[in-house]
Ligand binder design. Structure first.
Ligand code: NAP
Length: 291
């Protein structure tokens, strides 16, 4: 049985929390008190500053009872279609400054959409940011094996984390096998399928059998599958519930029942794992308009 504060060693030798709190700055004081030490943000969310500030303002951080090495912040390089892909290392430095915690523990490419050339430019910027000490570990999000294999053509550095939408309703077995073989840890975003499966009879049957809620069962499924969920609520009771997934276990039989729920159901409508398309954009210097 593991605990919310447990960590795992990544392929680059750095360690990462096994359960990350999602991008909700207002709930960070509660999350820290419940034991979360990993926090997620992104350039595209526009809340890097708020996330960093919320951590720094928490009394336990201020008085030194929680120290910087215990905290783990992930941020993400904005997608190729989000804004022009220039001065990327500079933009990573801006992210570090906005968060205000000296460095970023894990920096990932937010999505693979765009061209292979664009992904190469992004990856090499992450490699450079790591070399400069701006970030400790580098990875990707929603990259399929095809996108990951491209990286071997131009870099000796390989992603140590892939943040992907995986639940018992969408298990991506080929990607899971690829990541396992290549020692890439999988963080799972939208691990509760944004509540869209809360009424599922099998999920609720398992929840009833273990005396837990459907969302605790979904999170526990992730953890027992060897995945690292990224999850948050703005409601305090939900955060308490979500944090309490280390004091029960799903049996083999129950895991099998949940595995049988595979249906390719995703909350993000199109599967980015194989995609290259990049919507054309207009950048007016402040914001992007998709054309
Ligand atoms: N890499 C990427 O491209 C990517 C994409 C999406 C998300 N993410 C990251 O992953 C995190 C989580 O993903 P997500 O927000 O899309 O999906 P999610 O975790 O599957 O679902 C979040 C939704 O579930 C609700 N919720 C949370 N705990 C609950 C509980 N115990 N009972 C009932 N409802 C509960 C929340 O609503 P309330 O707040 O109203 O409770 C929220 O609307 C995000 O915060 C973000 O950091 C990354």
């Amino acid at each position: 049985m593991v605990a919310i504060t447990d960590r795992r060693i990544l392929a680059d030798g750095k360690d990462t929390p096994i359960f990350v709190f999602g991008s909700r700055a207002e709930s960070i004081p509660q999350a820290l008190s419940l034991g979360w030490r990993g926090f997620d943000t992104a350039q595209e969310y526009g809340n890097e500053q708020a996330i960093g500030q919320a951590i720094r303002d928490t009394p336990a951080y201020k008085d030194g009872s929680i120290t910087r090495p215990e905290i783990y912040v992930t941020s993400k390089l904005a997608g190729q279609s989000f804004r022009p892909q220039e001065n990327l290392v500079e933009s990573i430095k801006e992210s570090v400054d906005k968060i205000g915690l000296e460095y970023i523990d894990l920096f990932i490419i937010h999505k693979p959409y765009g061209t292979p050339e664009g992904r190469k430019t992004q990856w090499l910027a992450l490699v450079e940011a790591k070399k400069q000490g701006l970030v400790k570990s580098i990875g990707v999000s929603s990259f399929g094996p095809k996108h990951l294999e491209e990286i071997r053509n131009y870099s000796d550095e390989f992603p140590v984390v892939n943040q992907v939408e995986i639940t018992c309703f969408n298990q991506e077995p080929a990607l899971q096998a690829y990541c396992k073989k290549n020692n890439i840890a999988i963080q799972t975003y939208s691990p509760l399928a944004r509540n869209e499966k809360s009424e599922d009879p099998t999920l609720n049957e398992v929840a009833k059998a273990v005396g837990r809620t459907w969302n605790q069962v979904m999170l526990r499924w992730s953890i027992q599958t060897g995945l690292y969920p990224v999850c948050a609520s703005r409601r305090s009771q939900s955060n308490i519930e979500n944090s309490q997934v280390f004091d029960f276990e799903l049996s083999e039989d129950q895991m099998e029942k949940l595995n049988s729920l595979e249906s390719g159901f995703r909350v993000c409508p199109e599967n980015p794992l194989d995609q290259d398309d990049q919507p054309p954009y207009h950048w007016d210097g402040v914001k992007v308009t998709l054309l």
